[in-house]
Design a protein around this ligand. Structure first.
Ligand SMILES: *Cc1c(COP(=O)(O)O)cnc(C)c1O
Length: 389
């Protein structure tokens, strides 16, 4: 018993150290690119992108990865993932255009946004996109009018418990809503032969995937009762970055998923839609301290980028670590961005107590949902992104 505790403790310690090392490594590839600091910058490592793609494939050999383009649509990054043999998942006309520009195999580009504008369905149909997600009878009717020979996959609601950014409520048919989608597809003579779910982004709860796969098996039975042969299982995105010693690795998640997939027949194509996992740990944002203040006895640090400039998720208490080049006693500062908007506050973070204006700070694990979610509000430019070796 004692020994078991000891092993667990040392395993947690080992994981903590490896997280620390990984963050330092991200800082190192960023500093080696950076000469003189002028503006905030997102530095993305090509070797890390490739390594993440390979790790995902090795962890889940039966799951064909389709990169969720919204996580980071930078053309160079898309090119690298295409070279690695990844497929893609899109949600808009601009993302479709990026696929055409990239020369991606459009047969394997999946349109996974449950609510698509009629104009975007027309564009996708004209481009030859085959697969479209649905989770309402209304969406089935919309697609039936524009592309009656589309292949449909049904997005069902599954547990998002333990995910940092849950996605239920907005999307996903509940069990009581599934028959209406089936009826709409049937009465329009369409092929509803796939099922998908999304466990929520940065999901640290492996059971969400295994429960999701089980729920899909029931829906497959319903599809069969209605005369279709199920041919697609799409287990979605949500695979997390390692931000704390408790977070499961992609290999641990893969082991549970692979086990659950054993009962899915070989005739079913299995795919996933990783976004954050593939790019998050490949990107490090570098920013500079532009001002200090004491307000109500709390110390504040103001940065040259913030909520609008690539740090949107930090405002939602995403547990990112910030590294300073300065050493000093750690202190809990309130972090804020440069705009005049009160939303531009990024919570409390530990930084050296002797932090000064013009200090350079590094924020690792920001390859996903950073600059892709940014705008130049108030005249502060979106940080440039560069890809380094
Ligand atoms: C955003 C999204 C993904 C990717 O999610 P991650 O949490 O980044 O892995 C996958 N599929 C769909 C439909 C999405 O909307």
């Amino acid at each position: 018993m004692d020994l078991a505790f000891k092993e667990t403790d040392s395993e947690v310690e080992r994981r903590r150290m490896s997280l620390e090392l990984d963050a330092r490594e991200q800082m190192a590839f960023t500093t080696s690119y950076l000469k003189d600091y002028s503006e905030p910058l997102l530095v993305v490592s090509e070797s890390r992108l490739r390594n993440n793609a390979r790790r995902f494939k090795a962890a889940m050999p039966r799951v064909r990865p389709h990169f969720a383009v919204k996580a980071n649509p930078h053309p160079e990054l898309l090119r690298i993932f295409k070279e690695e043999g990844l497929c893609f998942e899109i949600a808009s006309i601009a993302e479709l255009d990026a696929m055409i520009e990239l020369g991606a195999d459009l047969d394997t580009v999946f349109y996974s946004n449950p609510i698509k504008s009629p104009a975007s369905v027309k564009r996708a149909a004209a481009a030859g996109i085959k697969w479209y997600v649905v989770d309402t009878p209304e969406e089935v009717e919309k697609i039936a009018r524009i592309k009656p020979d589309a292949k449909l996959y049904l997005r069902i609601e599954v547990s998002n418990e333990g995910s940092v950014f849950p996605l239920t409520r907005k999307f996903g048919a509940k069990p009581s809503g599934i028959p209406a989608v089936i009826d709409a597809a049937k009465s329009n003579g369409m092929a509803l032969t796939g099922v998908t779910f999304h466990v929520g982004s940065q999901c640290n709860n492996i059971a969400n995937w295994t429960k999701g796969i089980n729920a899909v098996k029931d829906v497959f039975t319903q599809l069969e009762h209605n005369g279709w042969t199920p041919e697609l299982l799409n287990i979605g995105g949500g695979y997390p970055l390692l931000l704390s010693a408790d977070d499961p690795t992609i290999e641990e998640i893969g082991m549970s998923i692979n086990e659950e997939l054993k009962s899915i027949p070989d005739s079913v194509q299995i795919m996933g839609e990783p976004g954050r996992f593939l790019v998050g740990s490949a990107g490090c944002l570098v920013t500079q301290v532009i001002g200090l203040a004491t307000r109500d006895e709390q110390r504040w640090v103001y940065l040259d980028t913030g909520f609008y400039g690539g740090l949107m998720e930090m405002a939602e208490s995403f547990p990112l670590k910030i590294i300073s080049e300065r050493t000093g006693e750690p202190h809990l500062w309130t972090l804020a961005g440069p705009t005049c908007d009160s939303i531009d506050v990024l919570g409390e973070h530990s930084l050296p107590s002797n932090t000064e204006v013009e200090d350079i700070l590094y924020i690792p694990n920001l390859g996903a949902y950073s600059t892709s979610c940014a705008c130049d509000f108030n005249g502060f430019p979106v940080p440039e992104m560069v890809v380094v070796a």
